[in-house]
Write a protein that binds this ligand. Structure first.
Ligand SMILES: O=C(O)COP(=O)(O)O
Ligand SMILES: [Mg+2]
Length: 231
């Protein structure tokens, strides 16, 4: 499959465009403190991100209680986490280097861009707006926008249907095995980034079509006609 056939790109958010762990960690700490449970550290939170906010809360509670959190625990803690996170979405988070200019360049070149994140939708749009990149995306899918989230292919197959794209016309770019697994299950190519969060695991082990170390390399991969993405 050639890079030239790509028309649309689905970007993951946390660990791909935005280093969001500092604020996710602060919200997790705030939640644990309110529940008078032992606190965790930022590195632990980094290893818990990837399957949406409810899963992060479940992993934090399981750690703090020393036993598997029940659904009732999670349901009770979720509003606390959400309250802390929504007022501090971008206190300490930052866009990774080169992200904004590369996205602007891709839009200029005529690519359609989407966000396909496992983060709940209500946190996703304000975060994109806060960083001044919301207008660059034609579609934003949060982890709760459809019935299933990554690694299920549903958000990507939904995008293919909505935009009437063939498999080789859509590319997924992400930092987690969930992004790569979703892309594979949807039958599309993927670029795996090495700098994000992937449960401490090498993204190459998930078998993305290509691996990039920086966001600028992603732009080069997509726009450099020399480079062929082999499916
Ligand atoms: O919220 C998460 O757990 C991960 O979000 P992401 O899919 O944007 O990496
Ligand atoms: Mg991610």
């Amino acid at each position: 499959m050639k890079a030239q056939s790509i028309k649309a790109i689905a970007f993951d958010l946390d660990g791909t465009l935005i280093d969001s762990v500092p604020d996710l960690a602060a919200a997790t700490q705030g939640m644990l403190a309110e529940l008078t449970l032992p606190l965790c550290d930022e590195n632990q939170v980094r290893s818990w991100v990837g399957n949406g906010a409810a899963k992060l809360v479940e992993r934090a509670l399981t750690f703090a209680r020393g036993e598997q959190a029940t659904q009732a625990d999670i349901d009770a803690a979720m509003p606390l986490f959400s309250r802390h996170y929504e007022v501090n979405l971008q206190q300490h988070s930052r866009l990774y280097d080169g992200v904004k200019s590369a996205l602007e360049q891709l839009v200029k070149l005529g690519y359609q861009l989407a966000i396909v994140t496992n983060k709940p939708y209500r946190f996703t749009v304000p975060l994109l707006e806060a960083f001044g990149i919301a207008h660059l995306f034609n579609q934003v899918l949060g982890g709760d926008s459809l019935e299933k989230m990554k690694p299920d292919p549903l958000p990507l197959t939904h995008l293919k249907q909505t935009w009437q794209l063939d498999d080789e016309q859509l590319l997924m770019v992400g930092d987690s095995r969930n992004d790569i697994l979703a892309a594979k299950a949807a039958g599309i190519s993927s670029i795996g980034l090495t700098y994000g969060y992937n449960y401490g695991e090498d993204i190459g082990l998930s078998g993305p079509t290509a691996v990039c170390n920086t966001f600028s390399e992603v732009l080069a991969q997509i726009t450099d006609s020399q480079i062929v993405l082999e499916q």
